[in-house]
Design a protein around this ligand. Structure first.
Ligand SMILES: *Cc1c(COP(=O)(O)O)cnc(C)c1O
Length: 373
């Protein structure tokens, strides 16, 4: 049997009839950049994320970048974030000339540990950028309490977390900004690159809209320097159609997660900490990834590959140990929980179309690896 990590063709087959006419409509209109399709998408996403406004941009990376630009973050500033994330989080901070200041993670959720934040705040700190990793939100109450008390902005990196909830509140609706990605492998992916920033502040939304079009308002008059961060109409149209299916897909992912939990437990694989299951702490985990901890992770991954099971390691090298961030001066051991997670975790196929047989096969293979010694 073959089980790939993700099967986007299965998803497309189910929605082809809805998508194709909309794509044709955009092509016939020849209105490709911003315009009515983007506005429709922004309204739909704002409503889904329970936010006042949403501003479509070119990618999740640019969502982070433009949110920080809107706050004027740049050289001399510090932004607090997690080292255990996709590169874009820390990369965007550094690209603006600001300094990424890392705080280690909570080993249960893999998200930034709020108890360690305050010690890292200096007179240069401008923002906190928590990441809702794998589809589960960071512990936002203490993060917001610290930020509000210390006068910091909170920019949620919600690229993996559309529709996830913390105490009933949606990702992207708690901080000043929520940054989302429509990269194809995210839970709500488009047919290329795309992203969006949510906010509850009209002034901030207006500034984001100006920044994404080179800071131009009115056209050809530039009070501020922006860039080309515009979402295009084809991507927006895909997102709007797919959004109608998102809750059903999320339910599929959640059911697959419960199925894995049950099967791994029933196979005795969770005994003595051999396989540590992901723990749902937040009120709605959307399982962009189902990530387990295992000893001998690399060997297990190679074994599963031989058996036709696709897995991925998110992420093998934490940000503080990346070569490009050597100038920050961190040594191995600086963020032990992030380093441990980078050594021990592996993501299993969790996409909604995964069948019972496929899930059972994945668990059977993990069991066979264990039996080998
Ligand atoms: C995917 C991702 C991004 C970047 O999104 P792109 O659309 O690929 O630019 C940022 N942060 C996290 C945590 C991500 O997973």
């Amino acid at each position: 049997m073959n089980v790939s990590l993700l099967d986007l063709k299965a998803q497309y087959a189910a929605i082809r009839d809805e998508i194709e006419p909309v794509l044709r409509e955009v092509v016939e209109s020849q209105y490709f950049i911003l315009g009515p399709k983007v506005q429709e998408c922004e309204k739909a996403i704002a409503s889904y994320c329970r936010c006042e406004r949403a501003v479509g941009v070119t990618s999740g990376t640019d969502a982070l970048l433009v949110a920080m630009m809107a706050e004027g973050i740049g050289p001399g500033d510090e932004v607090i974030t997690t080292p255990y994330t996709f590169f874009a989080t820390a990369g965007s901070i550094a690209r603006l000339g600001a300094r990424p200041v890392f705080v280690d993670i909570d080993p249960v959720t893999f998200n930034i540990n709020p108890a360690l934040i305050e010690a890292k705040i200096t007179s240069k700190t401008r923002a906190i950028m928590p990441v809702h990793l794998y589809g589960q939100m960071a512990d936002m109450d203490p993060i917001m309490e610290i930020a509000n008390r210390r006068g910091l902005v909170v920019i949620e990196d919600a690229a993996q977390a559309i529709g996830s909830e913390y105490k009933g509140r949606r990702a992207g609706s708690i901080g000043q900004y929520g940054c989302f990605s429509f990269f194809p492998s995210k839970n709500l992916g488009c047919f290329g690159d795309g992203g969006i920033v949510t906010t509850n502040d009209a002034a901030r939304a207006d500034k984001l809209s100006i920044l994404r079009a080179h800071g131009s308002k009115p056209k050809y008059y530039h009070k501020i320097i922006g860039g080309n961060f515009r979402l295009d109409a084809l991507q927006a149209a895909v997102v709007t159609v797919k959004l109608r299916h998102l809750d059903k897909w999320t339910a599929g992912r959640q059911a697959n997660a419960r199925r894995y939990d049950r099967l791994l437990e029933a196979a005795g694989l969770t005994k003595n900490g051999r396989v540590v299951l992901p723990k749902v702490v937040a009120s709605r985990h959307i399982f962009n990834q189902y990530v387990i901890r295992v000893p001998r992770r690399d060997e297990l991954q190679a074994f599963l590959k031989d058996k036709g099971v696709g897995t991925e390691v998110y992420y093998p090298v934490p940000m503080h140990l990346q070569e490009c961030f050597a100038y920050l001066g961190h040594k191995p051991g600086a963020f032990p929980e992030s380093e441990k997670a980078a050594r021990e975790t592996v993501a299993l196929p969790i996409y909604p179309e995964l069948t019972d047989e496929q899930a059972a096969y994945v668990v059977e293979c993990i069991g066979a690896f264990g039996a080998q010694g």
